[in-house]
Design a protein around this ligand. Sequence first.
Ligand code: F3S
Length: 389
Amino acid sequence: MHLTRQEERVYEGECGWANQTCMRILVRLGELFGAEKLIPIDSAHVSGVSYKTLGDAPIEFLRALADADASVKVRTTLNPQSLDSRYLGRKLPRHVKEPQLDILKQFEKMGLTESLTCTPYYLQRPKRGSHHAWAESSAVVYANSVLGAWTNREGGPSALAAAIIGKTPDYGIHKTENRQPNITVKLETKLQNETELGALGIFLGKTLGDKTPAITGLPNTSRDRLKQLCAAIATTGMANMFHLDSSRTKETEKISVDSKQIERTIEELSTASTSQPDLVFLGCPHCSLNEVKRIAQLVEGKKAMAGTEFWVCTSCHVRQMASDYVKKIERTGGHVLDGVCTVVSWTEKLGIKKIMTNSAKTAYYAPTLNKAEPMLAPLRDCLKAAFQR
Ligand code: F3S
């Protein structure tokens, strides 16, 4: 890999251990994937923030970087943590809160903003054609496919290294030739809601692996619904982007998806045995302002069902903008949680065994990460389950 004179100095340790370590991570990654150089990035987004998913081992590494004065060179946001201060922080035991606070402290020392969201594009939308190093898979697919920004799917350490160096190796979909569609997906059914978009993503992720699809049959789909497709396709597969226009597909490979495949995918993701969930969860990926507004309008004046928790997850940024809607939701007995999400939180410690959600990604992970049975259904059905009639 070709390094500039300044990059070489960093690589050799002339700019300190932290910078050297990060540069070595990036160069190793670049060499593995055949990158010829590093390119500057506009922003980074770091995953591996929740203590639940991170565990103890990486905390030492974060502390070592922070103590060695590592500091980010570009705007860098953080993925959700495992609890929020308003609600879950009061319910969960100290032995999980303290390490979580320690993780946040180390990130803060390095200059990462306490954004704590998987939808960093609502805080600042990346420009079309700009390069980034993002590590949240749902945000990566959304950035590439919906916003036209360019980012590989980073791991937590490589996104942090890129943030500290301000650059990323030039490989993968930072290169025009790797952004071209190489399979056409013909959708032979009209998808009715966000849950069906998510089911399509789960099905395509499993079927396509790392191929980049051009999907036909999704005209005028809202960005909020496409967000479900982005999250789900990255859950089961390695595609980092899709196209909604098949005109650039040169390859002849084609597949069709019909309503039966969508229905079967939803059924497979709905394994809970009885109908009343312990938790109804909306906000995977984190809700947009529009989504919080819609939920507030639909639940206004209702009363949350006794014995069923109702959570809406979003970023602190959106929560602040949506304060009137948040009040409406919370008057029902539900909770708008910011900076956290169900999947990376300790729901099992709260006795939650059945989770109903409109998100295919959450339904996919609930059995393993939450030890809970999932029920996947669109927003209106979720609200019917969460509120008294
Ligand atoms: Fe975001 Fe958590 Fe879903 S990080 S994409 S809300 S699993």
